[in-house]
Design a protein around this ligand. Structure first.
Ligand SMILES: [Zn+2]
Length: 560
């Protein structure tokens, strides 16, 4: 732990989360030991050629997997835990240290992936110290939009490192403790070599609002409701869920749950005692019709307009059990994640069309952020007084602003390191610098089975999406290689109807001419041309001349 113990530099390698919001994952490596802080995923745009999310490329870890001693999870959000099943499936086994609630969420996820047997989950308490050979990790309670969030104070041979995770400073969180500022202050007194701090909300100047503010806003809305009230939020926000349940009890209302993760997290939240009074007010969706409409509150998933989510199905009038009508109120208590605005906008329009009143962040104060704003970030820097500073968790502009804030609070210009994913940062008691950069290549995942798709596949999908696709079908005698039937031309997504029929006829002629050349060669006894490739090239040339674009052309030759 003392500086004298350091015989080499400590490597810090962010695999994700620096230069983007999401996919937080960072490697800390010293000598023969390596730990990973968070292991998250990133959601792509909702209709991005079938890609559902991205995960970090674990190559660096896999090549040194005998060094891996543990995953340290700061909290249970998907962008901090979502890639764990993929890390484990790729053979990167190590104990997973996570807070109480994060452990429960991880466990649920592991059940889905059939990993409960192999995973080694070790829940930690706040303030607990976990001692490895070179790394000594102390967990510190922070506030965030999910309960049981932790920062990590990591004592290493080169010095003390603080990783804040996602955090804000909330003097009155509805559930759990206030952030343990004393622990950060104590570290500051002892001397912190490096601070890595959440940059997400550095552009905001007002102190973040307390989670408890929501209580009053919800109470006013629920009390005045004339019809059914639907509240959508992230299912991981247990503190907000707890407020809804408490208010329902207070106002004599019933709560029904829409969406699988909402059911799961209500169960888990009640299990650990964070959500109280559930059994008194909870009803099933089937029972909604048994109560006066103004006594019903529905807690729903789908705040981002996600495909097939409960709220989206209500908006489209496709939910089997919940039909919206005049007088109903939809309260969207979450932020619009960049990239999702269009989908959410469409959904809000459709909710209005169903007759409901819709409240969302832009028109009503019904959401507070889980991230520290400028004054809080400044306070963190002042408490910790780090020698070196690396802004983390944010798009590049957030990192730049946070770096400037670091300098403002007195971190010397040369000691502020602006790093991005794939940088290899070397830390010694006297220096902190980027010494190498690995090309960052994330893995894209699609479908329920979680198959990864390659960049090539994605490129092909994009190409087909942009230009359409043409099949040229031929049947050939396997022995004589003479054409028996075809060419048949089939196209999808190519051109407007009408022009297409005419074009296809001509395209067939183009293919026929290639075949005539081929049959001439065949008669001559030696075929030099590649029939398939020749058809492909000629057809692309033809469509380019007529449509101004080169579709994907697939010649298919069947030898019978
Ligand atoms: Zn978070």
């Amino acid at each position: 732990m003392t500086k004298a113990a350091a015989t080499e530099s400590l490597k810090i390698i962010p695999l994700g989360g620096l230069g983007e919001i999401g996919m937080n994952c960072m490697i800390l490596e010293y000598a023969d030991e390596m730990i990973v802080v968070d292991c998250g995923l990133i959601f792509s745009d909702l209709d991005h050629f079938g890609v559902e999310f991205g995960i970090p490329d674990f190559t660096y870890l896999r090549e040194r997997k005998e060094k891996l001693r543990g995953y340290f999870i700061t909290h249970g959000h998907e962008d901090h835990v979502g890639a764990l099943p993929f890390a484990l499936k790729s053979g990167l086994h190590a104990p997973i240290y996570a807070s109480n609630f994060a452990s429960l969420l991880i466990q649920e996820r592991f059940k889905e992936y059939g990993l409960t047997e192999t995973a080694e989950l070790r829940p930690f308490r706040m303030g607990q110290k976990i001692e490895l050979k070179h790394f000594k990790i102390t967990t510190v309670s922070v506030n965030h939009s999910i309960v049981d969030s932790a920062a990590l104070i990591i004592d290493t041979p080169v010095g003390k490192i603080i990783h804040t995770g996602d955090f804000k400073m909330d003097p009155t969180p509805f559930v759990g403790e206030e952030i343990d500022l004393k622990a950060f202050g104590r570290s500051g007194e002892e001397g912190v070599l490096l601070l890595m701090s959440d940059s997400t909300n550095v552009e905001r100047h007002e102190h973040s609002m307390s989670e408890s503010i929501i209580y009053q806003a919800f109470e006013r809305l629920f009390a005045a409701a004339e019809g059914m009230t639907v509240v959508s939020m992230f299912a991981s926000n247990v503190a907000r869920m707890a407020q809804v349940f408490e208010l329902a009890g207070k106002l004599g209302k019933k709560v029904a749950l829409a969406g699988r993760t909402m059911e799961q997290n209500t169960r888990l939240g009640a299990q650990v005692g964070y959500v109280k009074g559930v059994e008194d007010v909870l009803i099933s969706l089937d029972q909604v019709g048994n109560y006066p409409r103004d006594r019903i509150i529905v807690l729903s998933t789908g705040s981002q307009g996600e495909y097939r989510s409960a709220l989206l199905r209500m908006a489209n009038g496709e939910h089997g059990q919940l039909k919206l009508q005049q007088g109903d109120l939809v309260v969207m208590s979450s932020k619009f994640i960049p990239g999702n605005e269009k989908a959410i906008g469409r959904m809000i329009n459709n909710l209005f069309k169903q007759g409901a009143e819709v409240l969302y962040e832009a028109v009503h104060d019904i959401h507070v952020s889980g991230h520290a704003t400028r004054p809080e970030l400044k306070k963190m820097l002042e408490l910790v007084k780090p020698r070196f500073f690396i802004p983390i968790h944010g798009e590049y502009r957030h990192l730049v602003h946070h770096a400037a804030l670091g300098r403002e609070t007195g971190v010397p210009d040369a000691n502020v390191v602006l790093a991005v994913n794939g940088d290899v940062i070397e830390l010694t008691p006297e220096s902190c610098a980027i010494t190498e950069h690995m090309e960052e290549s994330r893995i894209l995942i699609e479908g329920r089975e979680g198959n990864d798709i390659s960049k090539l596949v994605l490129k092909e999908r994009r190409q087909i999406g942009e230009t359409g696709i043409v099949f040229a079908l031929l049947v050939r005698n396997a022995e004589t290689r003479r054409i028996i039937s075809g060419p048949e031309i089939i196209s999808k997504g190519l051109a407007a109807e009408g022009t297409e029929g005419f074009l296809i006829e001509e395209a067939r002629d183009v293919a026929r001419r290639v075949i005539i050349r081929y049959e001439d060669e065949l008669r001559g006894g030696a075929v030099h041309m590649d029939l398939q490739e020749e058809i492909r090239v000629e057809l692309r040339r033809f469509f380019n001349a007529n449509l101004g674009k080169k579709p994907v052309v697939l010649p298919v030759i069947l030898d019978l």
